[in-house]
Write a protein that binds this ligand. Structure first.
Ligand SMILES: Cc1ncc(COP(=O)(O)O)c(C=O)c1O
Length: 436
């Protein structure tokens, strides 16, 4: 029997989960439900919201654009909101990224990056360079290419027959170091596997894809900057393209506009989405260097990139993105992120002493704690119980299995964030009880 009279099929939802909460409105960090509850959105509605819900400047830009030009085919036509957005993006992305290919969401930005990387080598007459390297614990989205480069997980288990084989190497998961080292004394030995692979097989490899500095859905795993810098150095040395999936980390999440900039790294291709429109509308972009773009220019018609989506470059979404980037240009957004990070540091330091807490991690606006439980992983029995507990206290948190993380809109105040941590602290004293 259906649990929803409207038979809406919700994502990542099992039919015997609690019925969805009906939302009437949202503003700032608060979600207002029809039954009169106010819930703090401590995960930015799946990591998309940055300046707060229903931000008036973005709402106004959307209304204005919708009245002038709602959409037009993006092949053979262009428009001012897209041109403005490309100019704005080019001024904030890592050096060398110049050409912008629009798509709709994080997964499609990743599909575009993978296809561009493979066709790049093919256009250069080197089709044998077609393999992709990806990291353990990676998550890059739910479409087939993005699922292929994502690591094996409950999300991918049913679809192994569809997934394209990729080469997989260690991630810098320091708490569970894949090579048994200790971060205080290590020399990033987790890179050795990638180094050996590239030494042996770079002639067959098109690209390596990474989530720079933070593997998000894999468990909010924060990497040392040296790891990302090392991946860049190895990719350059072996003439393999580096794809940075900044779908989550982009637009200030890690304390810089893009995570790559924290490690002084410029990728060859970069995927952005989520925060690009401030959390209002679906939009994504794959941004590439001139070297990549030139391989698709001129010559035979087959050199073109035969890829596009109906809503590519949607003017309303571009207008929302321009309004969001204008907020970065005119408001102290990075000071807000720094204030969030200070609360993470202070509260996580205290929580780390709790016997249930195995590890604490933070980077920029994101704080996480990994709980030591008997059944770690996304399907940990603890997770639905914690989720309901947090909601009962008026906080939206969706633990990744045994990893509880806080990823709020930058509009959150220190007092509100401290309240979120109070609720997490309260949940820890219950963890042993509710996990039984
Ligand atoms: C790093 C990363 N890449 C890609 C995606 C997929 O984005 P979307 O859900 O918009 O398709 C996600 C989503 O969480 C992500 O975290």
């Amino acid at each position: 029997m259906s649990t929803s009279p409207l038979q809406i099929w919700h994502p990542f939802t099992q039919n015997d989960d609690a019925p969805p909460l009906r939302v009437r409105s949202a503003s700032g960090v608060y979600i207002d439900t029809e039954d009169g509850r106010r819930i703090i959105d401590a995960i930015s509605s799946w990591w998309v919201n940055i300046h707060g819900h229903s931000h008036p400047a973005i709402a106004a830009a959307i209304a204005k654009q919708a009245a002038a030009l709602e959409h037009v085919i993006f092949a053979g036509f262009t428009h001012e909101p897209a041109e403005e957005l490309v100019t704005r993006l080019r001024s904030v992305v890592p050096a060398g990224l110049e050409h912008v290919f629009f798509s709709d969401d994080g997964s499609t930005a990743v599909e575009v990056a993978l296809k561009l990387a493979i066709q790049y080598w093919s256009n250069l007459g080197r089709p044998e360079k077609h393999r992709i390297v990806a990291l353990e614990h990676a998550y890059h989205g739910d479409t087939v290419g993005a699922m292929s480069v994502s690591d094996d997980s409950p999300f991918t288990a049913a679809f192994d027959s569809l997934r394209v084989p990729v080469l997989r190497t260690h991630s810098a998961y320091c708490y569970r170091c894949p090579v048994g080292k200790n971060r205080a004394t290590c020399s990033i030995e987790c890179l050795d596997q990638l180094r050996n692979l590239l030494e042996e097989q770079s002639g067959a490899i098109a690209a390596i894809i990474v989530e720079p500095l933070l593997q998000a859905a894999g468990g909010m795993i924060v990497h040392p900057e040296e790891f990302l810098a090392g991946v860049r150095e190895l990719a350059t040395r072996h003439d393999v393209l580096l794809i940075a999936d900044e779908v989550l980390t982009g637009f200030g999440r890690t304390g810089k506009m893009f995570a790559c900039q924290r490690a002084n790294v410029s990728p060859d291709l970069m995927c952005v989405s989520k925060g690009i429109t401030g959390g209002f509308l679906a939009l994504a972009a794959t941004i590439v260097t001139d070297r990549i773009a030139q391989a698709f220019r001129g010559g035979a018609r087959e050199r073109a990139f035969f890829h596009g989506h109906s809503y590519t470059g949607n003017p309303i979404a571009c207008a929302a993105a321009n309004a969001s980037l204008e907020i970065f240009a005119t408001e102290p957004v990075f000071m807000r992120i720094a204030a969030i990070e200070r609360v993470h540091i202070e509260r996580l330091a205290k929580l780390s002493a709790h016997p249930q807490v195995g590890d604490v991690r933070h980077i920029g606006s994101i704080g996480a704690l990994e709980l030591d439980v008997a059944d770690p992983g996304y399907l940990s029995a603890l997770r639905p119980k914690l989720y309901q507990f947090y909601l009962s206290r008026g906080v939206l948190l969706r633990p990744l299995g045994n990893v509880v993380y806080v990823l709020p809109p930058y509009a959150i105040t220190p007092a509100e964030l401290n309240f979120v941590y109070d609720v997490i602290e309260e949940s820890l004293s219950l963890v042993s009880a509710i996990s039984n």
